[in-house]
Design a protein around this ligand. Sequence first.
Ligand code: 2BA
Length: 117
Amino acid sequence: MSEDKSETVKMIVAIVHDHDAHNLMEELNNKDFKATKMATTGGFLREGNTTFMIGSDEEHIEEILEIIKNNCKARKKTIAPMSPVANSMESYYSFPMDVKIGGATVFIIDVEQFLKM
Ligand code: 2BA
């Protein structure tokens, strides 16, 4: 990826399960894609997940999405009822619930400028 403004640069923000993060980073590195990963927390489950920032030329976006798809599995999690006392009212639920997590939640953002200074 160059800093030449004639190229369209995108930023992929991908929120993935912690268990998939290692393999995903390895695969991105193997293919010479640059990525930053951050430890993040999901707002609903309040559990750790991992967020990748991957800056890339537009022409490589499909390849990167394929790598994400191949390395991030969907998972089901059954969550136990929570008391409104232990947690805020906004996340209160009174019966066990199945939630499907992932594979990956992906945002693709146009990058106005890419600089290294
Ligand atoms: P969490 O917010 O912890 O959500 C985990 C999973 O719980 C979600 O999986 C979804 O299946 C379910 N879920 C979330 N909010 C819910 C609700 N109000 N009621 C019932 N079920 C709900 P994913 O959709 O695969 O999301 C995985 C993680 O990706 C999320 O973790 C959050 O950290 C992130 N994420 C998802 N959508 C997002 C968005 N629009 N903006 C920012 N982050 C997002």
